[in-house]
Design a protein around this ligand. Sequence first.
Ligand SMILES: Cc1ncc(COP(=O)(O)O)c(C=O)c1O
Length: 384
Amino acid sequence: MKPSVYPANPNFSSGPCPKRPGWSPAVLTGALVGRSHRSGVAKQRIQEVLEVSRELLNLPNDYRIAITPASDTGAFEMAMWSMLGRCGVDILVWESFGAGWKADVVNQLMLHDVRVLDADYGFLPDLTQVNFSRDVIFTWNGTTSGACLPDGKWIAPDRSGLTFCDATSAAFAMPLPWDRLDVVTYSWQKVLGGEGQHGVLILSPRAAERLETYSPTWPLPKLFRMTKSGKLAEGFFSGETINTPSMLCVEDVLDALRWAESIGGGDALIARSKSNLAVISSWLNDCFWASFLVEDPAIRSSTSVCLKIVDPWFMALTSDKQRTVTKSMCVLLESEGAAYDINGYRDAPPGLRIWAGPTVESADLDALLPWLDWAFDEIKARHI
Ligand SMILES: Cc1ncc(COP(=O)(O)O)c(C=O)c1O
């Protein structure tokens, strides 16, 4: 039967992700538009973003945090281009974003001493094989497969290489073991539901030391430069962005951060995402046609929840036909106003992907799930 209850907010995209509950454009009213980002008031606002982020993430005092251009990609590229090349690199690849970082390291930076530890969608590579005397690159949460790291116990505390963690769909939704992470990046458009364009780069003291003691052999564009005359450009880590940021985006992310504080801080964000995952889990317990792409609950993401379709009719279809089916489901759900942007990622096995981060209300997931059952039955009936 066609459901009669709609999600109040049908946005379940895995990036840009849904805005926080209660968001409206009115939160931008006080944005310092038309002002210089180097003015005292604007700098204060940027610094507030850094301070509240630091607090919500529970960042150690000696870790540095800065705003970068070009979202998470900008932050991660900046880190790789500035710091890699001193030693060999181990790269963990288990979905498309890790694969993208590997391609950059091998094809663009052209590093030769690279080991790739990989796994299929739905799994993680063998973490015991990582060599921490080398630099190690990984995403914390594979946004396109829904597999995430279980914890940081596999990372050597006394490593000599640096760990580079792309945490864009994990930061603020999953605990991060700071003592095991040297370079961490994320973007505002993900868990916080902020706007695209800006990224955040976090550095451990050892990563900062790498910047001061090592210069790569390749040229670095101005956008990537974090040092001046061999010393860390400390201004960058206290709100002096390299180039002009959007003060609208700054205002917007500050609104999200203040909302996060108002509901109880970092732990509350993590708890909201976990309970969203639990809503989907309990629906799947009685679902005959779908299941988690990631079978092991210990590595199952609570933010980018990926589903595979296990109905025998669907499984007998070719991969192209399967994609047509999931696309038709998504078109139907969108035309009903029940769910937007939940098709699986183009490189992932055909299926659905539902964002369940902390800006999503559990009640909206409750309302969404019967629509998925309905849409699957509808599309199957049309194809049989
Ligand atoms: C794991 C991961 N890394 C990198 C990116 C790229 O992020 P951005 O578009 O913010 O640069 C994404 C976006 O979905 C992602 O999920």
